[in-house]
Every structure is written in structure tokens, then in C-alpha cells.
Design a protein around this ligand. Structure first.
Ligand code: B12
Ligand code: SF4
Ligand code: SF4
Length: 304
């Protein structure tokens, strides 16, 4: 059954597939790390992270009969479509939430027909500890930059999967930590956001300020170092990025042309309609035109 599941998902076009058991999930160390992250306020104003912590720590609160999780990954590649824009690479591809959902719906339809069982789809859309699950499913290790790194594809990955009540034979957890003595990401992070326990303090992370923060202006002292959506520094400097293919997985590619011939200032002059027409279906819709303007202004003022 496990092989049929993996073959089907790989045929759909995923780059990685693994299976983890939810028995004894999460490991004690992950539980403690998440609780510490919450208690110390590292979630900034993402209060949903605090409010859903109990669910993250127990996937059965999402699906009471959940026994296994099937996790999948897509690479967003390392090609930068427009070097004039400090927009994170993943955000110049198609919105991965939609891509995962569409592909995983096809999987669920097939699995219900062939294998039976119940399924719950997630990709950054439900309180699931996606990275911890991926380590248990053998997809890679958590780097010091707090990201899942796969030895063949590097860290430029996006994750998703399904919870299921099927009792599946799990893969072996990934057995190595191949960061070794490297500390490049910690040294390169422009804001010192990466902590020694391999978590990120969102209050310092450029990705948080430019994507998740909803205020009209940044508070004094916030410096986004020219980034106008997300930040790629801690993946760019990682030696394992040399394993990342240049091009994104074909499922993620469709919207890249939207970012060609575009300068940061253009966001200041376009209207909502043009913004929507051009960027619908890409991750930058999360910040909205207002958020993009705030980010660009901060970058131009040199605060960024
Ligand atoms: C909140 C969030 C953010 C916040 C906070 C970042 C953070 N690292 O916590 C902000 C907005 C800053 C952010 C930024 C980014 N994010 Co984000 N984010 C999330 C989200 C929704 C939750 C993460 C979380 O639970 N944080 C709380 C901390 C405590 O948990 P954690 O970081 O997962 O850490 C756990 C593991 O590291 C683990 N761990 C550490 N060491 C070890 C060792 C072992 C052996 C094990 C088993 C576990 C383990 O323990 C921790 C506690 O469980 C996830 C999606 C999800 N549902 O998981 C995406 C996710 C982590 N983000 C993702 C991405 C791509 C990014 C960015 C690269 C985007 C960008 N280019 O700007 C940056 C990278 C910043 C960074 N270096 O982490 C991807 C990462 C894919 C990958 N390769 O791992 C995810 C998984 C989304 C997805 N579905 O693909 N993100
Ligand atoms: S995304 Fe940027 S700011 Fe955030 S931890 Fe990585 S390097 Fe630091
Ligand atoms: S830059 Fe070095 S320390 Fe950081 S995640 Fe990559 S290998 Fe690990």
C-alpha cells in the first residue's frame, strides 16, 4: 500500500514523498521547542501560532482517528526571475497553497477509491508541524536555519501532506544532521533572527515583517534590508543550496513572467485592479498592494 501511495504521488509530480506514524508524535524535543518558542513570544503578533499550539502538538485534534501522515515536497528552485527585485524566490512562483491543494485533492480522490480511509489535506493551511513530520518521514534534517534540508534538493522546499486514519508502515526518520560545524546562515542573517535551538525569532525576521505584519508602517528600529517580500539570505548562503535545481518544479512555474520587467517603485504606481490582475495566484497577494507599498517605501527610505 505504501509503495502504491508513493508511486501515485510521485507520478502526480511531487519531488519528495515520505510517510510518518503519528504514534508518539511529536517527539519530546520538538514539543519543548515549540512551547519555548511560544512562551518567549517568538511568534511576534502571529497570535494564531499561540492559539493553535495545542492542536499542533496533537494532530488528533484535527482528525480524531489520524494514525499516519503522508508528507510531500516541491522545490521552488534557485533561479531568480528578476534580479532587480528583492522578493523571495518562492513568491515569484505560483501560490504553493493552491498547488498542493489541487494535487493532493487528486490523490485523495484516488486513495478513497483504491484504498479507502479518511484524509485531511494541509499545506501551511492547518496547524500541523510540517517540518518535524518531514524529518520523521525521512525527507531531511532541520538545518540551523530552521528549515528542512533534503540532501539531494537542498533547503528550497515547500511542504504539504495529508493526515489519514490508515495505519501505514512509516519510513525511517532522517538519521543525520549534515550542518556539521557550518554556521553560515546564523552569521549571514542580517537581523540576527536565527537562534541556537534552530528556531527563528519572528520579531526579528524580515520574512515576518514583509509578509505577515499587518501594520501600516514598520515600528522604529525595524530594518528589512531592502527586501520587499520574504527573505532568501539564510537559504542563499547554505552550502546545500548547491543541490537545489535551477528551475522550480513545473507545477510551481506558471506565474514567473509576472515578475519580469518590474521595479520595486512600480508597486507605488499601480492600482488595486492592476495588482490583482498581475499577481493573482502568487504568494504576494498575502501582503496585498498596501503591504507591498509599505515594504517598498521602507526599502526606498533606506530603512529597508
Ligand atoms: C510561522 C512560520 C513562519 C514564521 C516563523 C518562522 C519559523 N521558523 O518559525 C515566519 C513568517 C518568520 C516564516 C518565515 C519563513 N518561512 Co515559514 N512557516 C511558518 C509555519 C506556518 C509554522 C512554523 C512553526 O511552527 N514555527 C514554530 C517553530 C518552533 O517551529 P519550527 O520552525 O517548525 O521548528 C521546529 C523544527 O525546527 C523542529 N526541529 C528543530 N530541530 C529539530 C531536530 C529534529 C531531529 C526534529 C525532529 C525537529 C527539529 O523543532 C521545532 C519545533 O517543532 C510553517 C508551516 C507549518 N505549519 O509548519 C512555515 C514554513 C516553516 N515556512 C516555510 C518557508 C519557505 C519560509 C521562508 C523560507 C519564506 C521566505 N523565503 O521568506 C522563511 C524562512 C525563515 C526561517 N529561516 O525559518 C516553509 C519551510 C520549508 C522548509 N524547507 O522547511 C514552511 C514549512 C511552509 C511550507 N508549507 O512549506 N515562517
Ligand atoms: S529569512 Fe532572512 S531575516 Fe529571516 S531568519 Fe532567514 S536570513 Fe534571517
Ligand atoms: S548554512 Fe550551514 S548551518 Fe545553516 S542550515 Fe545550511 S549547512 Fe546548516
Amino acid at each position: 500500500m505504501e509503495d502504491r501511495i508513493k508511486d501515485f504521488l510521485m507520478d502526480l509530480g511531487f519531488d519528495l514523498v515520505g510517510i510518518a506514524s503519528l504514534l508518539d508524535f511529536p517527539p519530546q524535543s520538538s514539543r519543548e521547542r515549540l512551547i519555548r518558542w511560544i512562551e518567549e513570544g517568538r511568534y511576534a503578533d502571529m497570535v494564531w501560532m499561540r492559539e493553535t499550539a495545542e492542536v499542533r502538538l496533537d494532530p488528533r485534534k484535527i482528525m480524531s482517528a489520524a494514525a499516519s501522515v503522508i508528507v510531500v515536497a516541491l522545490t521552488y528552485g534557485k533561479e531568480r526571475v528578476n534580479p532587480d527585485l528583492k522578493i523571495s524566490r518562492y513568491a515569484t512562483r505560483r501560490d504553493y497553497h493552491r498547488v498542493f491543494k489541487k494535487l493532493l485533492r487528486k490523490f485523495v480522490k484516488w486513495a478513497k477509491g483504491k484504498l479507502g480511509g479518511e484524509y485531511f489535506i494541509f499545506s501551511d493551511s492547518a496547524p500541523v508541524m510540517e517540518q518535524d513530520i518531514s524529518v520523521l518521514a525521512g525527507l531531511g534534517w532541520i538545518g540551523k536555519n530552521s528549515l528542512l534540508i533534503n540532501p539531494d534538493l537542498g533547503p528550497n522546499l515547500l511542504l504539504g501532506g495529508v493526515l489519514t486514519d490508515l495505519v501505514l508502515i512509516p519510513d525511517d526518520p532522517f538519521p543525520h544532521d549534515w550542518c556539521g560545524r557550518c554556521t553560515r546562515c546564523i552569521e549571514a542573517c542580517p537581523t540576527g533572527a536565527i537562534l541556537p535551538d534552530r528556531t527563528v525569532d519572528a520579531r526579528r525576521c524580515i520574512s515576518y515583517w514583509t509578509i505577515e505584519y499587518r501594520g501600516e508602517e514598520f515600528p522604529p528600529g525595524v530594518n528589512t534590508h531592502g527586501w520587499i517580500f520574504g527573505c532568501d539570505v539564510c537559504t542563499d548562503v547554505c552550502p546545500w543550496t548547491s543541490r537545489t535545481p535551477a528551475r522550480a518544479n513545473p507545477h510551481l512555474r506558471a506565474k514567473e513572467d509576472r515578475f519580469l520587467n518590474l521595479k520595486p517603485e512600480d508597486f507605488l504606481y499601480m492600482d488595486e485592479e492592476e495588482f490583482r490582475e498581475r499577481f493573482a495566484g502568487t504568494p504576494i497577494m498575502r501582503a496585498g498592494l498596501k503591504g507591498m507599498r509599505r515594504n517598498v517605501l521602507a526599502a526606498l527610505k533606506g530603512k529597508g
